[in-house]
Design a protein around this ligand. Structure first.
Ligand code: GLC
Length: 740
């Protein structure tokens, strides 16, 4: 009896201890910390393995960790290495565990399509699953925290990091941000297969003037709120654990030292309880900006503005003690930042078990899970956009007798990974399926696959043309794989000329001259300008960078095992001269309604006003008919709703998926409103001959916008509703009125 009672007391005690609120546990640690240990938590270094920015070299990281002067490491991979660092952290006085952060942007060991490609799927479940698998693998590799999703709206394809986000639209971008946060963080932070997510780069980094990375951003607060902030707010609403600020100045104030962004909006209006990490050395970079004189002022500005953790710049480590001693920085600011960081370490369970994510057996298991590759293949196929398919050239028959597969991107493996892939130390990443291998795996025994490189990605050497032409002449059909190098997009990869590099389009011209049908695969991390190809190739698939399963996914689409369903999340300009160009533009006082009239209207005298391919565009192997648009009412009172229904039928011969888009236009507003804005979409799967009626709900929220005083709300008046297969291919248009 006595033993049972003792056991009972022990169980009760443990339960009470565990249920003690995390905040109380945070405070109990905080009270024990010295100022130097507090500042240590606000300090993050790059590990010595690989850098993703300009590094500061110091050789005493281990002693700094042992002295509690470091809260986190980034670019530290694998259970062995993270365990070794965590072991050192457990030698510190208070044994506060380290956080390990990593850019797990589109996969850890299994590489998924680049985020902009995934966004083309408009498939929120698939995008969430992709992030879920990335989190499962990363957490198995000792990682607690990914610096993703990148949710920057981008409307300038010259900017190299357009590849990392979800395109130009706030609504689609917000939905995808939510899906990615859910995928990375799972249902509860602290599950061993979840990682903290990080919304970046706060804010408006994608609006860099000239599309030049790190360049200034200048915009009205109203535009910031209407277009660039919504995906960040969606991430907060999804419970995201962390934010990362951005390198750019916005309206003359560097984001890192921008109290309006980080205190008024993020931690004030949005009540964000996580923490903000600087982007790399952005705290120190405020000196370059000319916003502060030195590191001392940089640290003062950044911590005052709400930057909680200093990645790599060492200005918090070098100056915060003096700033607190000089009473320039109140201890309450330090305590707030440290509480935010410690709270996440408690939520992850690291105080209960610092080695929770250092399980070598789980690492082996999850990094070799075949299900992950299958999922990567599925979402890669969903990310491929069919831009053109004259005379139904696609899909190809698997019995096609002779196929010539030509171009500089047929054989490469790693090119398919795109930017921000992860090269795991000691892990052979050659498990990628090349485009050649994918097609080879797909065709029948009776088919012959010929190869010629033709030319390099860059340079003007055409010596390979004759061989390529000869190879094409022997084939029934030619597949040409061309585009950028994978590192022509990504961080610090802005291009002033976004045409296809080198002589690749001339190679296409030479192949077309053979009279053989040519299918072009376009590989890139951004919208390219490729008018010759677009106008002359009979079939074009935009294959982006599709990751580990690229070859299999491309073959699935080429041979009809998957009917392409993707639609563009970003406008494709027909010329750099059109940039910035996006679908949700204002009407102006002199709209040019077509390309034939330049008489005193908003048009170019030398170029079309229309893009090459519009937002929401993408073809299928089948066809879809839209019918029976119905609105439940034509006038809507405030806080009321209108039910919208439309019937979609698959009128073709292939099973396929259609992304039905709902756009609204507020005809008159105190702030002029865009000619259309995406406000909802549904992706439906239909067999040949099958039809389905889908519903949308229009409510106040969908009619609202930020007025001159930045108040969010809807104004009474007339609205157009448009249902389309793209932002230009509008199948139905109706009007309704919002009454007071
Ligand atoms: C880089 C990037 C940021 C990344 C960080 C850590 O400079 O701007 O997106 O998460 O540094 O690698």
């Amino acid at each position: 009896m006595r033993k049972i009672l003792c056991l009972w007391f022990v169980i009760v005690f443990i339960t009470i201890a565990q249920n003690k609120s995390i905040n109380q546990r945070v405070d109990s640690v905080l009270q024990l910390m010295t100022l130097e240990e507090k500042i240590g938590q606000m300090n993050q270094y790059n590990d010595d393995w690989k850098a993703t920015g300009p590094v500061t070299v110091d050789n005493d990281k281990a002693s700094q960790v042992r002295n509690g002067q470091l809260g986190s490491l980034l670019n530290c991979l694998g259970t062995e290495r993270t365990r070794s660092w965590q072991t050192i952290a457990m030698q510190s006085r208070l044994k506060i565990p380290l956080l390990f952060g990593q850019d797990v942007i589109h996969g850890y060991k299994t590489t998924f399509p680049i985020p902009l490609a995934e966004a083309c799927s408009w498939d929120l479940e698939a995008i969430e699953l992709s992030a879920r698998i990335a989190a499962t693998e990363a957490s198995a590799g000792g990682i607690h925290w990914t610096f993703a999703p990148m949710v920057d709206i981008a409307r300038d394809p010259r900017w190299g990091r357009v590849m990392e986000g979800a395109g130009e639209d706030p609504y689609l971008g917000s939905m995808i941000a939510t899906a990615r946060v859910r995928g990375f963080q799972g249902k509860t932070l602290g599950a061993v297969n979840s990682v903290m997510a990080c919304a970046k780069h706060f804010a408006a980094y994608g609006a860099a003037i000239g599309g030049r990375d790190y360049n200034s951003v200048d915009m009205s607060d109203r535009l910031l709120w209407e277009v660039y902030l919504p995906p960040f707010k969606a991430a907060v609403d999804a419970g995201i654990a962390t934010f990362m600020n951005s390198f750019n100045d916005i309206n003359g104030v560097p984001a890192t030292g921008n109290s309006y962004l980080q205190r008024d909006i993020l931690k004030g209006a949005w009540k964000f309880e996580g923490f903000v990490v600087s982007d790399w050395g952005s705290i120190g970079e405020m000196i370059n900006h000319g916003n502060v004189k030195n590191g001392y002022e940089a640290a003062l500005s950044a911590v005052t503005a709400g930057s909680d953790m200093d990645m790599e710049s060492r200005n918090y480590k070098n100056h915060l003690t003096q700033l607190v001693t000089a009473k320039k920085v109140p201890m309450t600011l330090i305590d707030d930042a440290v509480r935010r960081i410690l709270r996440k370490k408690f939520e992850l369970g690291l105080f209960d078990d610092p080695f929770k994510y250092c399980n070598a057996e789980r690492e082996q298991q999850e990094l070799n899970n075949p299900d992950h590759a299958n999922s990567a293949r599925e979402i890669a196929a969903k990310s491929i956009v069919l831009l053109k398919n004259d005379n139904h050239l696609l899909p190809l028959s698997k019995k096609t007798k002779t196929i010539a597969f030509i171009g500089p991107l047929v054989m490469p493996l790693k090119q398919n990974k795109g930017f921000w892939d992860i090269e795991l130390p000691g892990v052979d990443s050659n498990f990628i399926v090349s485009q050649w291998e994918g097609v080879k795996n797909k065709i029948g025994a009776g088919s012959t696959l010929l190869y010629a490189k033709g030319c390099e990605i860059e340079g003007n050497n055409k010596e390979g043309f004759p061989e390529a032409v000869k190879t094409a002449a022997k084939a029934d059909v030619v597949i040409l794989s061309i585009g950028e190098r994978r590192d022509m997009s990504g961080e610090a990869k802005s291009r002033s000329d976004i045409s296809i590099p080198g002589v690749q389009e001339e190679l296409l011209q030479a192949l077309l001259a053979t009279g053989k049908p040519v299918i072009v695969l376009m590989n890139a991390g951004r919208p390219l300008v490729f008018n010759y190809t677009a106008d002359n190739a009979p079939a074009i698939l935009y294959t982006w960078w599709l990751g580990s399963e690229a070859g299999n996914a491309i073959a699935d689409v080429l041979f009809g095992d998957y009917t392409p369903s993707a639609k563009l999340p970003i406008t494709f300009p027909r010329s750099i001269g059109q940039i910035p160009i996006y679908y949700s533009h204002f009407n102006t006082g002199r709209p040019a309604h077509n390309d034939n009239n330049h008489n005193y209207n908003s048009s170019y005298t030398d170029l079309s006003i229309y893009p090459k391919y519009e937002f929401g565009y993408g073809l299928s192997y089948t066809t879809f008919q839209y019918s029976n648009l119905h609105l439940s009412k034509k006038t809507m009172a405030r806080n009321d709703t209108i039910e919208v229904s439309v019937t979609i039928a698959n009128t073709g011969t292939y099973a396929g998926e259609e992304i039905v888009q709902l756009y609204l236009r507020d005809k008159v507003g105190s702030i002029v409103r865009p000619v259309k804005e995406l406000k909802d979409f549904k992706k439906i799967k239909l067999l040949p001959g099958e039809s389905n009626t889908i519903q949308f709900i229009i409510d106040d929220e969908k009619l609202s916008f930020y007025n001159q005083q930045l108040h969010w709300g809807a104004e009474p008046g007339d609205f157009d509703i448009m249902i389309g297969a793209s932002s230009e291919d509008i199948r139905f248009q109706e009007s309704f009125e919002l009454i007071q």
